[in-house]
Design a protein around this ligand. Sequence first.
Ligand code: TMP
Length: 214
Amino acid sequence: MKGRFITFEGGEGTGKTTQIKMLAEYLQSKGIEVVLTKEPGGTPIGQELRTMLCTGDKDKFDAVAEALLYYADRRIHLQQKILPALVEGKWVISDRFADSTMAYQYYGYNKRVPKQTLEELYKMTVGDFYPDMTVILDINPEIGLARSMARNNSSVVQETRHESRGLEFHNNLRNGFLEIAKTSPRYNVLNADKTIDELHNDIIKLIDERLLNA
Ligand code: TMP
């Protein structure tokens, strides 16, 4: 496989989507072919799963059912979009991947789903394949949720299922991402409480050091 796979992770309202677009433009300016994608919803079937997962009542199903649906989305996403692009030598940047399941469905829900179950689901659906680099955008959940709610208020579809969980969930989630970051050198935690341009500069510095000039 010739391409690179970069994932962006973090809680609500970190500015991931804006940063990913800016990074894609930067890489394209260096002559790299980039595929931008996201989870859930990186494929047509994934879009249907996204509607199921991200809208409606927060308690309409539990963390196990959620994890299974996120992994179904992930498997389809890998087979239909991520792997074919990497084989063609493209760089794939995904707005969330499997670390979100560990952070939201395990840490967020206060470890109610066994961690081992999620690790086994990873092995079964993704196999021995990992992102080349994962950028975790970290922000105080009170600031992130306020940003995210402001964005949702101005959009037609209300994707507020996870935002509507309490602050305890979001604090667990943040700590979960920081725990996950300790497990491999592929993780890079960046402070997202900055201006858009400052954060973009931090991201390209990282990409230059770790991937472009490595
Ligand atoms: P986003 O567009 O803000 O990233 O929305 C996706 C939502 O889905 C977000 O609230 C995080 C949640 N999510 C999970 O709970 N588990 C997962 O595995 C993934 C990929 C997303």
